[in-house]
Design a protein around this ligand. Sequence first.
Ligand SMILES: NC(=O)c1ccc[n+]([C@@H]2O[C@H](COP(=O)([O-])OP(=O)(O)OC[C@H]3O[C@@H](n4cnc5c(N)ncnc54)[C@H](OP(=O)(O)O)[C@@H]3O)[C@@H](O)[C@H]2O)c1
Length: 161
Amino acid sequence: MDWGTESIGSFMTKHHNDIQPAIDPGTVTQPRPFIVCIVGAFRSIGAGIAHAYANAEANDLVLAARRISGLEQTAAQCKQINPNIDRKVFECVISSSDSVKAIAETTSAHFGRLDVLVINSGSSGHVVLDLTADDPEELINASNVNYFGTFLGVKYFVPLL
Ligand SMILES: NC(=O)c1ccc[n+]([C@@H]2O[C@H](COP(=O)([O-])OP(=O)(O)OC[C@H]3O[C@@H](n4cnc5c(N)ncnc54)[C@H](OP(=O)(O)O)[C@@H]3O)[C@@H](O)[C@H]2O)c1
């Protein structure tokens, strides 16, 4: 499946795509029920993690990011991989305390608990090597998403784990 990473390996002439048995999620049996929340589940690594849990027969996936349309793509792909999976998609801004708290509360109300939390949302902003030319808002946003966002995810979801 295309996780939006197609161009990353374009400079390499030889690609290795086989999944070794030791890391093949299809060989894993989860205890049931098994509930996974992935923040940043639209495209790239986050979609890949969702696919892996769908392959490993997790029963319930909570998929979150800012764009619902992207999450719906990931959710549909997971259903293709594992028709028995239940998926919930939620709009979430990881740097917003209210937003993360709301998803944790909805997850708690719906499932009662959580087995795995993946905080994959991340931002590197526009990388500028000249400090004097850097846009401070880019750095502030990256810190809010990567640092404070991770704190908020842990704060509100750890009680469910
Ligand atoms: N890909 C790499 O080679 C690489 C290498 C080193 C580290 N990383 C790190 O690994 C993580 C994932 O990488 P990736 O390549 O999968 O990144 P990506 O393609 O940019 O995906 C980021 C995910 O996070 C969501 N997101 C971004 N900002 C958010 C916010 N404020 N609140 C909630 N969700 C947000 C995005 O969806 P929306 O935009 O819809 O919100 C998307 O689902 C990032 O933290 C990245 O820095 C990646």
